[in-house]
Write a protein that binds this ligand. Structure first.
Ligand code: NAD
Length: 461
């Protein structure tokens, strides 16, 4: 079911949505076409001037009502996320809560400054720089955190006077699209301000990514699709913004608290079965503590339970058979063929993949060089700090960690790691959850400015 111009539109063709742990059909999604995308972009275009012309507090009130509707369904949405993404309850709570927080932040931001008074370029003149909306935004989202990854673009986009066409991932179209359309509808957003076109990537996604009626395409997903979108957009200078994946590193220096590092490593690498863009997918450990670190990782990983998220397990299923086969056949097995050793895991039952520790990993193996997007912890041993830093850099990365009992040393190494965000003595995700030592985060944001610096990202000035 699409949501276009303020109305739910039944689809001509549909496909099933599955609960990932059981395979049960929990709904159907519309197989959107280029014609659906055209209608949605046209509706957003018609609605945009009126939406931008509203008083800021009015737009903020709509965002608050949007959030109120989602909050009224909070428990249902957490369980829907667990079914549709396969994440455990804590992950689903994070995802839905982060979406709500983003709406609250954006409602406040909507009423903030709208530009600057500049120093006069010529004496006697008054110079103003006013932020005006970009216009119509196309937003394409992935399946791993469908609510908050949509809301981090939808909420500030709407706050600053843009209108939107969202295409959620086909593996999570209900939590990632339909419930957001229902919230927009319940909040009474004017028709056309927020539209959702469901569908598959190569059809509906491609049509939206290529649409010339957009003022910006905001894409979150794989490097492969992101690269194709960027190449195509470059041909006729269409503006795109890309949030892609990388191969993030987790560095354990020889003076680290090894037990703490191993506990944080489990969070950094195994949150949502490792299917997050900020997952630690390379563990680089200095030789003197390598054996102790591998022993701690192996013991902790082997003790984790994998199963249906509703059974209170530590890890749920992978998102799909394709993803499982990618992890096992394109990452784990070829790395083992090249000499990596399985310390634990590397087995699966259906979509339930055991947490896997690989040792003896070298840069020529896919477990080192590629984004894994699965519950795998590849360990590479370095002889010196210099060698460790050299091993980390030179790959696309979003977020790294460094462990050292010497906070100043950890911070100095963090400064030399090329990632948007680096933690010292802390896990990548769920910031601070395990930290018992002085921690530090060097943050340069990941790809795009989010949060307090949203205004320049969603307006022209
Ligand atoms: P994906 O690229 O396969 O799909 C993402 C979205 O793009 C989906 O909605 C899909 O339908 C759509 N799509 C697919 N083919 C398309 C095409 N030809 N044209 C236009 N749209 C198309 O990625 P995924 O498997 O859903 O997500 C996993 C990837 O996302 C990982 O690489 C991960 O690192 C990345 N990711 C990045 C961030 C970030 O903030 N940087 C956050 C989450 C996920």
């Amino acid at each position: 079911m699409h949501y276009i111009d303020g109305a739910f539109v039944p689809a001509v063709e549909t496909a099933p949505v599955h609960e990932k742990a059981t395979g049960a059909e929990i709904g159907r999604y519309a197989l959107g076409t280029a014609a659906d995308v055209d209608r949605a972009v046209a509706a957003a275009r018609r609605a945009q001037p009126g939406w931008a012309a509203l008083g800021a507090p009015e737009r903020a009130a709509y965002l608050t009502a949007f959030a109120d509707h989602l909050r009224s369904r909070y428990d249902e949405l957490v369980e829907l996320s667990m079914r549709e993404t396969g994440g455990v309850r804590a992950k689903a709570v994070d995802e839905v809560s982060a979406g709500l927080k983003q709406l609250a932040i954006s409602a406040v931001e909507a009423c903030g400054t709208a530009g600057d008074v500049l120093q006069p370029y010529k004496a006697g003149k008054l110079s103003l720089s006013r932020a005006v909306p970009l216009g119509v935004l196309g937003i394409i989202t992935p399946w791993n955190y469908p609510v908050n990854l949509a809301m981090r673009a939808v909420a500030p986009g709407l706050a600053f006077g843009n209108t939107i066409v969202l295409k959620p991932a086909e593996l999570t179209p209900i939590i990632g699209g339909r419930v957001l359309a229902e919230a927009a509808d319940a909040a009474g957003l004017p028709p056309g301000v927020f539209n959702v076109v469901e569908g598959d990537g190569p059809e509906a996604g491609h049509a939206l990514a290529e649409h010339r009626g957009l003022d910006l395409l905001d894409f979150t997903g794989s490097r492969e699709v992101g690269t194709a979108i960027a190449l195509s957009a470059a041909r006729d200078l269409r503006p795109v913004r890309l949030e892609l994946g990388g191969s993030n590193a987790f560095v354990v220096l020889e003076d680290a608290d090894v037990e703490l590092a191993a506990s944080c490593a489990l969070i950094a690498s195994l949150e949502f079965q490792g299917q997050t863009c900020i997952s630690a997918s390379r563990h680089i450990v200095l030789e003197p503590v390598a054996d102790a670190y591998v022993a701690a990782l192996t013991r902790k990983a082997a003790a984790l339970t994998v199963g249906n998220p509703f059974d209170g397990v530590d890890l749920g299923p992978l998102i799909s058979e394709a993803q499982r086969d990618r992890v096992h056949e394109r990452i784990v097995l070829p790395s083992v063929e090249k000499g990596a050793v399985v310390a634990t895991g590397a087995t699966y039952d259906g979509l339930f993949y055991r947490p896997t520790v690989l040792t003896g990993v070298t840069p020529d193996m896919p477990a080192f060089a590629e984004e894994i997007f699965g519950p795998v912890l590849p360990v590479t041993v370095a002889a010196t700090e210099e060698e460790a830093i050299g091993l980390v850099n030179g790959y696309p990365m979003l977020m790294n960690s460094v462990f050292s009992r010497d906070l100043m040393r950890g911070m100095a190494v963090a400064e030399r790691l090329n990632a948007g965000e680096v933690h010292v003595n802390d896990a990548h995700a769920r910031h601070g959850a395990e930290n018992q030592m002085p921690g530090f985060t060097r943050r340069q944001w990941i790809g795009v400015q989010r949060g307090p610096l949203d205004l320049p990202e969603w307006t022209r000035r």
